[in-house]
Design a protein around this ligand. Structure first.
Ligand SMILES: [Fe+2]
Length: 350
């Protein structure tokens, strides 16, 4: 890799997804490959730390196992989004086709159409490394049983487009479930369990047809959302992260979207609402207990609600209760007003 190229491999642990950052030191422009919605803030913080401006977001394919951060990053930075033209996703800035070269500062990224895992999979070649999404994984391949996947075309993509690259080319995949960061073309030609070591297309097709894999947990939600670049269905504001069955959201995220169409419900006692910690501007006081029960009985089960308390404990209980009541889009603001104040976010007192 050239000295003026910055490179980071980033990991999202819920879906074991790798996101890649490529930056050009001279122009200060950067590219993100396969960002994940849950880690948008991490990515923006890293770009900020490095003094880089996000110019382009590339998607290797329409993911089924996680929601892309592309739409959210575009709305927060003005970066362009590139996705395979054949994916037919909404509002793509750069519909990408095989052989196209995309330039960002001195970075030159060559688009390789590598269908098979889905019909719209791309790999991106930049200098000495290739980003293969879910087509070629470390010692494995992506599955081929949905989104117009095809074992024949995956085998052909890997053999013709990827195995024709120099053996020393580094391969950076979209996922790794064992914690390995990268491999090389030479290693995969020799050791890939599904299609390396001289295995034939017929062997590969047989292997793939015998896999009995469960559907990815989030496929019903993720594919439609990703066809809209990860922007939430129904215009919802948040993509909470689910921890121990409770959807959670960071205070920074709440602050970023203040004034948008969601409810803030503070479940503390009345005397706490205007104490030294204050409350989030626009929050409504509905104390945990009978008052909250009454609220949950009457409010719209589809409304998007963020629960808040002092440190996140009571609002976690309120979130759990709301789920029991059948609410679909409620979440806990973690860290509560203590964290909110630590972060120096705006506080209201009536
Ligand atoms: Fe995938």
């Amino acid at each position: 890799m050239k000295t003026q190229t910055l490179f980071y491999q980033l990991f999202e642990s819920q879906s074991s997804t790798y996101t890649y950052l490529l930056g050009d030191v001279a122009s200060k422009k950067a590219v993100l490959i396969d960002p994940v919605i849950e880690t948008v803030d991490r990515d923006l913080n890293l770009l900020h730390e490095l003094g880089l401006e996000l110019d382009l977001i590339l998607e290797t394919h329409i993911h089924a196992d996680h929601i892309t951060g592309a739409g959210e990053l575009r709305s927060r930075t003005g970066a362009k989004v590139g996705v395979a033209e054949v994916a037919g996703a909404d509002s793509v800035d750069l519909p990408l086709v095989d052989g196209q070269v995309v330039k960002v500062g001195h970075l030159e990224i060559k688009v390789l159409a590598t269908p098979g895992h889905t019909n719209a999979c791309l790999s991106f070649l930049c200098e000495d490394r290739v980003f293969t999404g879910d087509v070629l994984l470390i010692r494995g391949t992506g599955r081929t049983d949905f989104q117009q996947g095809s074992p024949e075309s995956l085998y052909e993509s890997v053999h013709e487009k990827l195995f024709s690259l120099p053996d020393e080319t580094f391969v950076y995949p979209g996922h790794d479930y064992r914690g390995l960061p990268y491999t090389t073309i030479g290693l995969e030609k020799a050791y890939n369990l599904r299609l390396g070591g001289g295995r034939s297309s017929a062997d590969f097709i047989k292997t793939m047809s015998e896999l009995k894999l469960a559907q990815p947990k989030r496929i019903q939600e993720a594919v439609p959302a990703n066809l809209k670049l990860g922007l939430t269905p129904g215009g919802r504001v948040f993509h909470p992260q689910v921890v121990n069955n409770i959807p959670e959201i960071q205070p920074e995220d709440v602050n970023l979207h203040l004034g948008r169409n969601f409810q803030l419900v503070d479940v503390r006692r009345p005397e706490e609402f205007n104490n030294e910690l204050g409350h989030v501007p626009g929050a409504k006081l509905v104390t945990l207990g009978p008052e909250l029960m009454k609220f949950l009985e009457s409010a719209d089960r589809n409304s998007e609600i963020v629960f808040i308390c002092r440190s996140g404990g009571r609002s976690g209980q309120a979130t759990a209760m709301s789920l029991d009541f059948g609410y679909k889009h409620t979440m806990n603001m973690i860290g509560g007003m203590l964290r909110w104040n630590e972060l120096g976010l705006p506080v209201a007192r009536d």
